[in-house]
Design a protein around this ligand. Sequence first.
Ligand SMILES: CCCC(=O)SCCNC(=O)CCNC(=O)[C@H](O)C(C)(C)COP(=O)(O)OP(=O)(O)OC[C@H]1O[C@@H](n2cnc3c(N)ncnc32)[C@H](O)[C@@H]1OP(=O)(O)O
Length: 307
Amino acid sequence: MVLSAANWHLLSRSAAWGQLLLRNGSVYTPASGFQEEEIREKLLAFPGGSVDLVKQESGIAVLTVNHPARMNAFSGSMMVELEERVSQLEGWMEGKGLIVQGAAGTFCSGSDLTAVRAISNPQDGVRMCMFMQNALTRLLRLPLFSVALVEGRALGGGAELTTACDFRLMAPGSVIQFVHKHMGLVPGWGGATRLVRIVGSQNALRMLGGALKVDPEMGLRIGLADGVLEGSQAGEESGACALLEAKQWLGRYTEGPAPVIRAIKAVVQSGRELPLEVSLRAERDVFGSLWGGPVNLQALVSKAKHK
Ligand SMILES: CCCC(=O)SCCNC(=O)CCNC(=O)[C@H](O)C(C)(C)COP(=O)(O)OP(=O)(O)OC[C@H]1O[C@@H](n2cnc3c(N)ncnc32)[C@H](O)[C@@H]1OP(=O)(O)O
């Protein structure tokens, strides 16, 4: 069976595993009683900043959390924009990689405390948390390799955002800190659940319980960081260099045809989330979509040697 990228996507959307990971990528749906439109309207009442997406021909996109006046804190409208950008990425069949960064040399200081104060009743708080859990779960489930480029600080919800990427790259002097305890909170955007899966429950307990400032050295040691940037430049140039370095770093994983790169992410993602037998079937389906396909046949013809 020879499948184009578009047909591969159709197959993935129709198969059982695809329904789980792609079409029904949200955790909370109208069927489970979640009225997304209601909280969307409330969030839009707290504007400021933006979440910008640039898709490049190389198949790598850059998502920028952009609210420098508030250290890139998420206003309500930015939460809505994040969800919209994730939708755009879900429809981008040529996509292979994604870099998530903050504007102006710092990552993100979590939720905008001005907006949070205005919706501090528990009901709206839980709805906001469900909205963000949906958006970040869909971000992590995208069939492309994602990396959080952490410069400056990733605090609170900003730390949670880093865990919704496949990898984290830290710049020298950067810090990832789950400050929730100091705010009388626990993570609510899915960050605790994802953190346990990344660093294990002991490290997660230490990080959350002590509101630890994780620097690049500690990040590497506990497996939260996947790499540290060299970053010798200062100021604006430093941001451009960091982005270039992140693109080069990601390139080692995204080099190659999109259907294969996306399939690799899909099989790992199903292994991460699904019960063993369901994941094995998913792997079989993805394998079947590539076997005998153009890339596979080309490799056979060229008698590839893996020295
Ligand atoms: C489920 C989600 C849970 C959450 O995310 S709760 C939020 C967790 N985040 C925080 O508590 C961050 C609080 N902010 C800070 O600790 C510090 O501002 C921070 C980020 C270390 C930066 O410190 P400095 O470099 O000294 O800069 P600064 O304090 O003067 O900040 C510059 C301007 O940014 C503002 N800002 C920073 N973080 C914000 C936030 N999360 N929400 C709203 N505004 C925020 C800060 O108020 C200041 O504004 P202004 O210049 O005074 O008008």
